[in-house]
Design a protein around this ligand. Sequence first.
Ligand code: ARG
Length: 469
Amino acid sequence: MANEQQATWGGRFSEEPAELMLKFSESVSFDARLALYDLRVNRAHSAMLCRMGILSAAERDAIHAGLDRLEERIGEGDVTWDIRYEDVHMNLEQVLTREVPEAAKLHTARSRNDQIATDMRLYFKDACREIGEKLTGLLGVIVELAEREREVLVPGYTHLQRAQPVSVAHHFLAYAEMFERDRRRFAAVADAANACPLGSGALAGSTLPLDREFVAEQLGFVDADGKARLTRNSMDAISDRDLFLDFAQACAVCGVHFSRVAEDMILWSSAEFGFVDLPDAFCTGSSLMPQKKNPDAMELLRGKAGRLQGNVQALFTMVKGLPLTYNRDLQEDKPPVFDSGDQTALCLEVLARTLAGTKVRAAACRKAVSDPLLLVTDVVDYLVLKKVPFREAHHLAGKLVRLSEEENVPVNQLPFKKVQVLHEAFEEDWTDVFDLERAMQKRAAVGMPGTKPVGDEIERWKARLGIAG
Ligand code: ARG
């Protein structure tokens, strides 16, 4: 094809691009997944060109029929993407023009710059909805697990040292709070994506008469009243990559969340804790050690969270310092974003399925939470209620712990004689604080792990998620 002109911009060139350059600069290998969005954009754009008298009705209809056939062919896997046409936009235009000569007018008054910005906004809206649905599914699993295990208590940890008792339900509902924030974050990204850049052209719009509102409405870039939402500055519209950053960041934050859940489950399923039994279907065995059951799904979640953070870093570094407006660097924005979206959706599904099959080992939890040291803080509260200043009460309870270690007696079994001499505020009833049930009833305010507030939270979540019963 030595003298053949390069299909998109060959007019001013005397030499064909090098094979190596084609390979280097193509993006169709990763942007072909935008094909259906690009077809929608093509439909809306050609309909608008017809409204404005730039295309005849016959030309528009021929183009629309061609786009429909092309969509079918793509569905059947009948379109081969060609790196000579660089990206999804030019591939589609070439295939279409071969069948429908009228399509040579399709690229009137637009650029791949506003086209890709529009395609990607459509992608972000869909991806945020899909991830939002996965988050909702995961929340349902978490709330059901919390409800099922609402009676089971475990030690809560700080510094990975036993701290104070909590319910398994309270622990799992902490995850629900994290994923609910993620849900909101993705909804905010979807909302920010909801403005149409078409009409921005390469960077400075067009001299041709365009109806931007019409295109926006056709593509669903509308507010709650159905009114078109448009980007307001052509230069920003085609060079802005904030959505890419916001989306990838939302994925990375979500990754931090599922990674922390995964880490808890890895610890909890170890023989040392033994609080949960993870489903076999999401664990693997060892090629050598027959007894092993490894929490690989959870470990992969932890690992993939790092990958999601890496994608954010790649995007920030790429955009930083770029002069306005479009620069080809920006083509590199898609692989990290698609990877983040795909992996986040996959991870959320894996986590939901794993948690749905997770069994809580009540006996092991009961044994761990029976450690009376978990309630030594309650002894401090007992003394405070008897008007002992907090700091002094803290020291007194600390002395009890030391005494229990010296005497090798559980703290709640220290003889009253030895306790009494520490402070007159100690009365015979001092060991009542070690009654776990009572202790959990006392943690009664909103947000606390007590029986009542946790029950209320379960009901609140069920109502919010529309879970019956
Ligand atoms: N494939 C390109 C990208 O994703 C589309 C925009 C190309 N624009 C250009 N001026 N070369 O960035």
